[in-house]
Design a protein around this ligand. Structure first.
Ligand code: FE
Ligand code: FE
Length: 322
């Protein structure tokens, strides 16, 4: 008899309040800063390439500075990625997926989850630069201002809620945040810090996982690929069966940290026709994630009614299983 992996309602919503929310937030910020720097360096590079009469000396000085900043990125981020690249294995991935299906970690609405994430992270320091709830609202508000569809605004609002994982059963920061990549096949050089950062990962010695295609085949489609476990993958699974959000929204959530793919064009051999469409969606989403932070601080209580209605539109059940 097969055991159905239905998520059972036996888990009480217990948050691990002993977790260092402040350190977690600092790591989130540093990871993001690094992605912004890389993005800006890439933009500068492409504008230099496009411009026939570029003021090469001045431009390149600026670019070099950016590049240096990127190279000198905090030792902490580097250490974080080394740990992540060592521990994100196929075995860990399977375990995390099974754990996800076997448990309901909490039951609460979307807005409640936003507030919860906010207090869990920011409680320790009321003066943090920008709270999680503000980041989510800023991304959503920027999309709303740009006339993006309602489902996309909602996607902006919820895309990082998977960070709650840090306060449920994550093993550390490394299985919650950071850029993501597939497991089960060779790690691509275009992943942040390159393949050498994976040298301590046991999968690099596996006869199958270490091959270019590993357990996959060309054109298999990203739906069939195991991405490293974290807030993106977790939130995607939470939302997939509990919302009426379109595939593009699910892709924005699932792949928003899959930088090697959406920024560096790695793993394009895995894609099927659907993924090509999804890639466009993810690329349209990315600037709102990276660059909405400079906007005005949103007035949470004023915006709440609008977003409560938006949540109700795409989440038929008010209470979500997390
Ligand atoms: Fe994120
Ligand atoms: Fe984000």
């Amino acid at each position: 008899m097969g055991v159905a992996l239905d998520r059972k309602d036996f888990a009480a919503p217990v948050f691990r309040t002993e977790r260092d929310g402040l350190a977690f937030e600092e790591m989130c910020d540093e990871i993001e800063e690094l992605n912004i720097k890389k993005d800006q360096a890439a933009q500068a590079q492409s504008s230099r390439e496009q411009s026939t009469y570029s003021k090469s000396t001045f431009d390149s000085e600026k670019d070099k500075t950016k590049f240096r900043q990127y190279e000198e990125a905090s030792e902490r981020v580097k250490k974080f990625y080394l740990e992540q690249h060592t521990k994100q294995t196929v075995a860990y991935n399977l375990k995390a997926r099974i754990d996800f299906k076997l448990k309901v970690r909490a039951e609460m609405g979307i807005w409640e989850a936003m507030e919860r994430l906010n207090t869990l992270i920011d409680e320790s320091d009321p003066d943090t630069s920008l709270s999680q709830i503000e980041h989510l609202l800023q991304a959503a508000e920027a999309m709303r201002r740009d006339g993006k569809p309602r489902w996309m605004q909602l996607t902006g609002l919820i895309h990082d809620l998977g960070k709650l994982l840090f306060f449920f059963d994550a093993e550390g920061q490394w299985d919650v945040v950071g850029d993501t990549f597939p497991v089960g096949c060779a790690f691509d050089e275009r992943i942040i810090y390159g393949t050498k950062s994976f040298s301590a990962n046991p999968d690099v010695n596996d006869p199958i996982y270490s091959t270019r295609e590993g357990i996959y085949s060309p054109g298999c489609g990203l739906d069939n690929v195991m991405l490293s476990w974290g807030h993106d993958e977790y939130m995607y699974h939470v939302v997939k069966h509990q919302s009426t959000l379109p595939d593009e929204a699910l892709a924005m959530i699932r792949y928003h940290s899959f930088y090697p793919w959406h920024k560096e064009n790695a793993y394009d051999w895995m894609m099927n026709e659907k993924d090509k469409e999804m890639l466009k969606a993810v690329r349209a989403f990315n600037p709102y994630d990276l660059y909405s932070k400079s906007d005005d601080v949103p007035k949470v209580e004023e915006l709440k009614p609008y977003y409560m209605e938006l949540i109700d539109e795409f989440f038929p059940k008010k209470v979500i299983k997390w």
